[in-house]
Design a protein around this ligand. Structure first.
Ligand SMILES: Nc1ncnc2c1ncn2[C@@H]1O[C@H](COP(=O)(O)OP(=O)(O)OP(=O)(O)O)[C@@H](O)[C@H]1O
Ligand SMILES: [Mg+2]
Length: 258
């Protein structure tokens, strides 16, 4: 890396995207999935990304997570130009700053929750003792203390997604990216996962970027961004669901006092 990310990025947002274009394929088969959009994301934000199927949400997430490079445009992460990094440099950036959660959990079967969560730490050269302790802490944080030695097939969908979230946060990421994290879960499990994401954002200050089709899940975010045809259509602040509940119950308590 030519430029090292710095803690003090001089008033810059954590993430700055400028005129991001992504073209898949070449020649007559070329398809412009992202047509040039700008987006700034501050550290500590919780952004829900919405929009119709095919509008470019996952493509945008892959760009944001440094999994893929835009065809053109600028991506500044902590002031570093991600679009100039090669594959290895992007991988290093991802391991240090990003955690990923997917719709289908992507856990290794026949591998315990504990081992699944330890996996990202294997690349970091930490000792087995450090890995065990960090994984146990992450599993505790997602409410799975006592389930460490279960394999995915012995866990419910909601529990599997918790393991996936523990795996994403075990390396203390600055940004958590989640592409339809509740897509495979029923309403109650989905709400539990959203409460967990909210807690990680609110209490630990992790920046959360989440794709969802469901307005009920987007309601947990601080900001809702909508894509349409490869462009950013709307970008709105939102009063997060969990704060609204708190305000509502505080009002109810005050009402009783009066
Ligand atoms: N690897 C690829 N090669 C070619 N085209 C692709 C590729 N990935 C995505 N596309 C196309 O780019 C467009 C945007 O895809 P993307 O996956 O970003 O949509 P999305 O908003 O996430 O949709 P969904 O809600 O269905 O997940 C789609 O038309 C899709 O067919
Ligand atoms: Mg998608």
């Amino acid at each position: 890396m030519t430029q090292a990310p710095t803690q003090d990025s001089g008033g810059m947002p954590l993430i700055r995207l400028r005129n991001i274009i992504k073209v898949y394929g070449e020649g007559g088969l070329a398809f412009k999935a992202l047509k040039g959009f700008d987006l700034d994301i501050d550290q500590g934000d919780f952004v829900a990304i919405m929009g119709p199927s095919g509008s470019g949400k996952s493509t945008a997430m892959n760009t944001l997570g440094c999994l893929d490079r835009p065809t053109s445009g600028e991506y500044l992460f902590k002031g570093v130009h991600v679009e100039d990094l090669d594959r290895d440099e992007r991988a290093r950036l991802r391991r240090r700053y990003f955690g990923f959660v997917f719709q289908g959990f992507h856990l290794l079967p026949r591998t315990t929750a504990q081992e699944n969560v330890e996996l990202p730490l294997l690349y970091r050269g930490e000792t087995a003792t450090q890995r065990h302790a960090a994984a146990a802490r992450a599993l505790d944080a997602v409410g799975l203390k006592g389930w460490e030695h279960h394999t995915p097939s012995e866990l419910s969908g909601g529990q599997q997604q918790r393991v996936a979230i523990a795996r994403a946060i075990v390396s203390n990421p600055v940004v958590l990216l989640a592409d339809e994290p509740t897509g495979n879960l029923d309403t109650q499990r989905s709400e539990e996962i959203m409460e967990l994401l909210w807690k990680l954002n609110h209490e630990q200050g992790i920046t959360v970027l989440m794709v969802t089709h469901e307005p009920e899940m987007a309601a947990y975010a601080r900001r809702i961004v909508r894509f349409k045809d490869g462009l950013l259509d709307t970008d709105m602040r939102n009063e997060p669901m969990m704060l609204r509940q708190k305000t509502a119950s505080a009002e109810a308590v005050n009402g009783e006092d009066a």
